[in-house]
Every structure is written in C-alpha cells, then in structure tokens.
Design a protein around this ligand. Structure first.
Ligand code: GTR
Length: 420
C-alpha cells in the first residue's frame, strides 16, 4: 500500500470514530442524581393556585394538554364506530374455572380494516357482572396460556426463534411463552375477569411501525405515536367491555408492565372510565420522575425508541428541566381514582426510587380531592406493600411481572373496588 494511502486511512479513522454518538452511561449513584425542582401539579401554568376540586378540573385539562403536546402526542377525540364480533367461546377453559372468549373489535368501517383481537376469561363461578383486569400482552394472546385452542396471532412480531417467532410470525412453538406473567387461574379464582390483546394490533413495536399502525386510519396530521396508539387501544377494549353483559365496566383495572405500563398510565389519565390504574415497572416516561437522573433518561428512551413518543419530546433530550410537566403529574391525572405503582429492586434502569417519589409527589392532588394519596413518608422495605389510594410496592427480583405483583394488584383491587 502506498504511504499516502496509509496516511489517509489513519486520518479517516478518528473522524469515523468521532461520528459515533457517545455510548450512554446510566447513572446508578444516588449521590450523583443532583438537585431538581418538580413542577407543582396544583399550580396552573399562569401561576394561579389550584385550591378547589373545581379548579382541579381546569388544571387537569391543562395537564392533559401539556402531556399531549410535549410527550405522548395528541390522541384524536372523535369516537370511532366500533363493531364487535364474538369468534370463539369455550365454557370449559382453565380446567373449568372460566369461560374463554375471543372477540374481534373492528376499529374502522372497513371490514378488512384493523382490529383488536381480544381474549377474555370470565370466571364461571359468579353472581352477576364481574370486575375485570385489562392488560395488553407482548407475545400475542396465544402466549398468555399454553391452551392450544387459543387463536395464534398473525400480526408482526419481533424475530425470536427461541420463542417460536420465525420470519416475524408466531408459530405453534410460541404458545404459552408469556404464561408465567399471567396467573390466570389465580385471578379468575379471586372473582375477576381478564381481558388481554396483543399490543401490535395497534402499532407494531419498531421504528418503522407507524405506517402499519392504527394511526394512518384515524388521523393524518395528529402528532402521536406508539404509546398513544396503545393507550387508545386500551380505551377501545374498554368500549367493548362496557357492552359485555358479564362484565361490570365500572370496575375495570387497566394494568401494564414496562412500556405497557407507560401506555396504561396514559390511557388511565385520559379515560376516566378506568376505575383503577396499575403501573408495573413502567420507569422512564411512565411512573418515574424524568428530572431525576437515574437509570434510563429521556434522551436515551427517545434515541432507542423514536417511535414511542411525539416529535417535541425529543427536543427535551438534553434539557429535561424545561419540560412543563414531570411524571408525577401523569400519576396525579389518575386522581381521585385508585392508582398502584409497582417496582422491582433489580430493575434500577426503571428507577424504583424515582417511581416511589413520583407517587408521593402526586399525593397532594389526591388530598385536595379528599382522598389519601400515598400513605408513606419513606420508601417501604421489600415486600411491604402500601395500600392507600395510591398503592406502592417494591419486590425482590428483576424487571418482570410476577405472581407476587399480581397478588398485590388483586388485594388492592379487592380493597378499592368492594364498595363501588
Ligand atoms: C426498555 C426500555 C424501558 C422499558 C422496557 C420494556 O428497553 O428502555 O423504558 O419500556 O424496555 O418495555 O420492557
């Protein structure tokens, strides 16, 4: 090789290197979190104080608008005309404990248009309408239980040969791969129905998912994205549950793990029909405070998942202090309804302490509305659930949904739905 070429190559190397963005190094040191000031959920943008429940309604509308404009994007408000069709019914599911049903929710007037495929387990032992948990799944309905009679999802899925996802499609091998996160028998035995659907029915979870999502069917210019579409879908599933004679739609808890937890919070904030909202390990842009520099950050989430939030959110990547909201205010938007925030100690990426502090900072809104917020002055120890109107626990283990989590959600629902 000629010497000039070698020189040229040597010069080009550091240049090529300089074009790479610096690797993200999360902060896990409490001493390095720094100081921050949270916006006050009970102060209007114009500086006036919110002192009454009536003034809170105005502030609530303002906060919803601020979250739509700066984080999740605007959701179209026109109520779609839905059509429901029951496709399957098995009265003897879960060893006779439940009736398993599959319902198609047609989301647009076109019969070949997008649908939500809802899987519903209704307890067979019941007297009248039952309360329900509604949560999206990650692997398709057939992943929540190995039952071979559940219809195999046909939607796009992330390649995962070990889990039976081949050429982005589910195969028989993928049945039951998510089952350990869904203790269906336990939930049904406690008297609750379970409704679930595959989140990819609304928006395939990848950077280029938008054209194949529900969004182009609903609005051309609204600036919303995957989290908004998933939240919208949860409300459409609730529309169906309202129509179902076995379900008491005034007692539906919307639950979500991780990115689904972010969507569940946004759904519960916008749609006050949800009686309970449960966030499991929702972390950054979910329950965790954005201004706390710990674990995942706004910049990092926007870089790794550009399709989750709106365009403006990305402008805050390097200036979170300029956000007109913080995540305790998405929690405050659930008030005065029961809200549960769950963390896991090995899930430091999601910032468990930031989730706890956020729940605490939402409490003044609950108190204004005559409820207790989070009844804890300090972060509780491992497996010491707090069951006030805002509930909270931290458990041992990693980022996941476990039987322990579900037991707390059931206890929380028992406690807060009983009188309704
Ligand atoms: C992570 C993401 C988190 C959380 C998680 C999940 O990669 O950084 O915010 O949403 O995915 O959804 O499992």
């Amino acid at each position: 090789m000629k010497i000039t070429r070698i020189l040229l190559l040597l010069c080009a190397l550091p240049l090529a290197h300089a074009q790479q963005p610096p690797a993200f190094v999360p902060n896990y040191d409490e001493a390095k979190v720094g100081t921050y000031t949270l916006p006050d959920p009970l102060t209007m943008n114009d500086g006036s104080k919110v002192l009454t429940a009536q003034q809170w309604r105005k502030r609530r509308a303002e906060l919803l608008r601020l979250f739509a404009e700066n984080v999740y994007g605007r959701t179209p408000t026109t109520k779609p005309k839905l059509r429901f069709a029951e496709k399957l019914r098995d009265p003897n599911a879960l060893g006779g404990l439940a009736t398993r049903r599959e319902i198609t929710i047609q989301l647009t007037p076109k019969s070949a248009g997008p649908t939500i495929n809802l899987l519903l387990y209704v307890p067979n032992k019941r007297a009248g309408r039952v309360p329900a948990f509604l949560a999206m799944n990650y692997g398709g309905n057939h992943a929540v239980h190995p039952d071979p009679k559940i219809t195999l999802a046909t939607a796009w899925m992330r390649e995962n040969k070990d889990n039976g996802i081949v050429n982005n499609r589910a195969t028989e091998k993928s049945r039951g791969t998510e089952a350990r996160r869904w203790p269906l028998e336990m939930i049904v035995q406690r008297g609750y129905a379970v409704a679930t659907f595959y989140y990819g029915d609304l928006f395939p979870d990848h950077n280029n998912g938008r054209p194949d999502s529900i969004i182009p069917h609903l609005s051309k210019d609204e600036d919303w994205n995957a989290i908004g579409a998933w939240a919208w879908g949860l409300s459409r599933a609730l529309d169906y549950l309202e129509h179902d004679k076995d379900i008491d739609a005034r007692r539906v808890a919307v639950m979500g793990h991780s990115r689904h937890g972010k969507a569940a919070l946004w759904a519960g904030a916008q749609d006050e029909r949800f009686a309970i909202v449960i966030s499991n390990d929702s972390g950054e842009s979910g329950a965790a405070l954005a201004r706390r520099n710990f674990g995942e950050t706004v910049a990092r989430i926007n870089t790794a998942f550009p399709h989750w939030f709106n365009a403006k959110y990305k402008t805050y990547n390097d200036r979170v202090a300029a956000l007109p909201i913080d995540q305790h205010e998405i929690l405050a938007l659930i008030a005065p309804r029961p809200l549960y925030v769950a963390s896991a100690v090995e899930d430091q990426w999601a910032d468990p302490r930031g989730e706890f502090l956020s729940a605490q900072a939402a409490s003044p809104v609950y108190q204004l509305l005559g409820k207790d917020g989070l009844n804890a002055t300090q972060m509780p120890g491992m497996h010491q659930p707090v069951m006030s109107m805002i509930g909270y626990h931290i458990r041992v283990g990693v980022h996941d949904v476990t039987k322990y989590d579900w037991e707390q959600f059931l206890n929380f629902a028992d406690r807060h739905l009983r009188q309704k």
